[in-house]
Design a protein around this ligand. Structure first.
Ligand code: NAD
Length: 292
């Protein structure tokens, strides 16, 4: 019961990572205020929770909704200890030479401003939390491997998530004086609805699409299984807990090794340069390699 007597807010809680994190925090004692634009999904989560989860509708594109969420939760529970800024979708897909200004702004508001305003409106309710009991309040932002390099998402999403990562660092410096920690998680491929909803996959093809995501993601990384929402929920719970009390302004990469380096380093089926040279009679590929 790491979160007994703690109050947590989770955005994007009706599905995928947010749903798994909501259930994880509640199962370990937190009173969770789950929010989403999906009212049916969010309310179902609350109804099945024996009072541990309350649903409040919040569109994270609307700062007034975010403020209302934080104020309502704090009024009902006395303050906020944990904020998981997690809601997002795939955003605009055009490449940089085709994107319209409105599409750019909408994606930045959904993915980046939402996190900034989540922090902005939660912190007044976090400042008073007794550090001796809680180890200080904790904010966790969902970034992405797309924040770290190209090729994992559309351009606008990647730039917005990179902004989330940098916001995490600078917010940690702003909020250290209040004992509030701020960290991010960079998930790799996690098999949730974000792919099918962002790419508007028809209902009839969703199950097949999920199977493709599972197979392709398992093959893309050293850990040979698809990522699950629970993998990220476990990381979020760690960052929310006192076990991570020496961490702030940083990120956890939870990606099955997706970003670890070149494929030939871990996949024996993919030859690298040294293997190619060895095949030409250049020596033993398993011997210590010269620096690149
Ligand atoms: N699934 C992945 O592979 C992956 C990888 C890296 C990062 N992420 C990030 O993880 C987070 C969660 O995504 P997921 O994979 O669980 O997707 P998901 O689609 O399963 O869940 C996202 C939830 O956010 C909600 N949402 C969307 N727009 C919203 C808005 N304007 N206001 C409030 N709620 C809104 C949706 O209704 C949904 O319930 C997102 O920030 C996403 O960018 C996901």
């Amino acid at each position: 019961m790491r979160f007994a007597n703690k109050v947590a807010i989770v955005t994007g809680a009706a599905s995928g990572i947010g749903k798994a994190a909501t259930l994880k925090l509640a199962s370990e004692g937190a009173h969770v205020f789950a929010s989403d634009i999906d009212e049916a999904g969010g309310r179902a989560l609350g109804e099945a929770s024996n009072g541990r989860i309350d649903f409040i509708r919040c569109d994270v594109c609307e700062p007034s909704d975010i403020k209302a969420l934080m104020d309502a939760a704090a009024a009902a529970a006395g303050g906020i200890d944990i904020l998981f800024n997690n809601a997002a979708a795939g955003g605009a897909r055009p490449p940089i030479d085709e994107i319209e200004p409105e599409e750019w702004d909408a994606t930045m508001n959904l993915i980046l401003r939402s996190v900034a305003m989540g922090i902005r409106y939660a912190v007044p309710h976090m400042k008073g939390r007794p550090a001796t009991r809680t180890g200080g309040a904790s904010i966790i932002n969902t970034a992405s491997v797309a924040a770290l390099g190209a090729g994992y998402s559309p351009t606008t999403y990647a730039v917005a998530k990179a902004g989330v990562l940098h916001l995490t660092k600078v917010a940690a410096t702003d909020l250290a004086r209040y004992g509030i920690r701020v960290n991010a998680i960079c998930p790799g491929f996690i098999n949730t609805n974000i792919f099918t909803s962002s790419l508007e996959v028809p209902e009839a093809s969703k199950a097949a699409a999920k199977a493709v995501i599972a197979d392709m993601s398992a093959a893309a990384q050293p850990v040979a299984r698809g990522g699950q929402p629970q993998d990220i929920a476990n990381a979020a719970a760690y960052l929310a807990s006192e076990e991570s009390s020496f961490m702030t302004g940083t990120h956890m990469l939870v990606d099955g090794g997706l970003t670890i380096g070149q494929r030939h380093a871990w996949d024996p089926e993919t030859p690298g340069l040294f293997d190619a040279l060895t095949a030409m009679g250049g020596g033993d590929a398993n011997a210590a390699a010269p620096a690149a």
